[in-house]
Design a protein around this ligand. Structure first.
Ligand code: ADP
Length: 465
């Protein structure tokens, strides 16, 4: 900052300016502005002298920028202004001020570079990128969006995005737009339909994020992906999944019809005291296998019912103690046959639940059946208790256990963990999948825990009344 008299001689100079020039005050006082010539280009020097003159004559000079280079060669960007010093309405001097705006300039340059970077990114993106103002009007569209929409930028800028959405999508989009604004959060993977200029409906996947200008909501930025191909594949997949389920269903029904009479006749042979022991033994083996086949067929039928959401649930108020005790009674013999200890803890105070009697029993029996199948020594326990508005039922065994990796997969369709022996072939890998689905239909949860050498525990919780 320098103060000059009306003739342009320097009256005073502040410390910051002195420091920049690296000279003592005395070297300046009484001199004119040209003492600064080492700091500025001749062109800029001319500008300074001109603006001091103009100001001295009462004229107006706008702020202007100029480069300043120190003795050491450091470059600064300065913003200069000149003002008059008045005494009793008379101009007595001039204040010549320079402000260091190097940082600001740098930040600005960075911003321009950054904006340029984002502009290039958006312009070359394979996904559509658009911005919409707070009234829903398009303020930017990139070339990919122009292609997806089948319209030129010049046709659609400043028009409403909703004009290009299918009727079904308009409401959803508006909801999401309001949500984004209200919650100040981005919303991802919203599926909408765009109407192409040729009338075709284009399925799109949209991500929406709010935009702010001076801390005020200014609209949203959306990235838009054309998912026509993905939809096609999904539709094909659904179709083939449906065909597979239909086939499974028909095959299972067809298999079931002949097995039922086979089982019936085998029953007759086994209970016929007239037939020889040998024949009855063979019949018993056949019957075990017929039962296995029937279980497999029933599992396949259940899975196809679950897949097509046609499994009927007869929901009623159930006495959970009664159901669990029935299951215990039914499974007791099989557990004793393997010489395992059966620990049962079912408190009489266990509350009622709403559920399907047959299906819940099926789940409990399946879990106990698995526990028996995978346990050769020790015990099997069924423990029930009330916990946090739910009944919690655990089926614990001291069997071979399940590895951590496999725990994640056992509830998926057809999955059988590797057990290291031929037992693997005995089941279908469908039981736990069916159990999980049934429990979820009861608004419950099922999960498994295992510590390999100590066995496995299957737990489930179902909301009680
Ligand atoms: P599976 O018909 O094979 O029993 P499930 O769906 O009932 O089919 O079980 C899937 C797999 O989970 C089984 O093959 C087995 O590897 C594992 N599994 C289930 N229950 C137990 C258990 N109590 N102990 C050890 N492994 C188990």
């Amino acid at each position: 900052m320098l103060s000059l008299d009306v003739k342009g001689s320097i009256l005073d100079i502040n410390d910051t300016a002195l420091k920049l020039m690296g000279l003592e005050k005395e070297k300046f006082l009484g001199k004119d502005l040209s003492v600064l010539k080492n700091l500025f280009s001749s062109e800029n020097m001319k500008k300074h002298i001109e603006s001091v003159d103009t100001t001295a004559q009462g004229g107006n000079v706008r702020e202007y920028e100029s480069e300043l280079v120190t003795k050491e060669g450091i470059r600064y960007r300065f913003l200069f202004s000149t003002d008059v010093i008045k005494k009793k309405e008379k101009i007595t001097g001039i204040l010549f001020r320079g402000r260091d705006v190097t940082q600001r300039q740098r930040a600005w340059d960075e911003l321009v570079k950054l904006e340029e970077k984002y502009r290039v990114l958006a312009e070359t993106s394979a996904d559509g990128v658009i911005t919409i103002d707070s009234l829903g009007r398009l303020t930017y569209v990139n070339p990919s969006f122009e292609n997806t929409c089948g319209r030129r930028k010049s046709q659609i800028l400043a028009t409403l995005l909703r004009d290009y959405l299918s009727n079904d999508s308009i409401y959803l989009f508006q909801q999401v737009f309001i949500d984004t604004r209200k919650k100040d959060e981005k919303v991802e993977n919203v599926e909408l339909e765009l109407v192409h200029s040729n009338g075709r409906l284009v399925p799109i996947d949209v991500n929406i994020a709010p935009l702010y200008k001076n801390d005020k909501f200014a609209g949203v930025v959306c990235t838009i992906r054309d998912i026509t191909e993905r939809k096609k594949v999904e539709d094909e997949l659904k179709k083939s999944e449906r065909l597979k389920t239909e086939f499974m269903n028909i095959a299972a029904h067809e298999l079931k019809s002949p097995v039922t009479p086979i089982k019936g006749y085998l029953d007759l042979i086994i209970s016929d005291t007239g037939s020889s022991g040998k024949i009855r033994d063979w019949a018993k083996i056949s019957q075990r296998n017929a039962e296995r086949l029937l279980r497999l067929v029933n599992d396949i039928l259940d899975v196809s019912r679950l897949d097509t959401d046609t499994m009927r649930f007869n929901m009623e108020k159930l006495n959970s103690v009664e159901i669990l005790e029935e299951v215990v009674e039914d499974m007791k013999a099989a557990i004793e046959q393997k010489d395992l200890e059966f620990i049962v803890h079912i408190p009489k105070s266990l509350p009622d639940v709403i559920g399907d009697r047959y299906r819940l029993s099926q789940v409990f029996k399946n879990l106990l059946g698995n526990a028996i199948k995978f346990t050769d020594n020790g015990s099997i326990a069924i423990v029930a208790k009330e916990e946090d508005k739910h009944i919690l039922i655990s089926v614990e065994d001291s069997g071979i256990g399940i590895s951590k990796e496999e725990l994640k997969k056992i509830f998926t369709k057809f999955y059988q963990a590797y057990t290291g022996d031929d037992r693997k072939n005995e089941g279908t890998g469908l039981g736990l999948f069916i159990c999980k689905q049934i429990i979820e239909k009861h608004n419950g949860e099922i999960w498994a825990e295992s510590n390999i050498p100590q066995g496995s525990t299957f737990r489930m919780k179902i909301p009680h009344l």
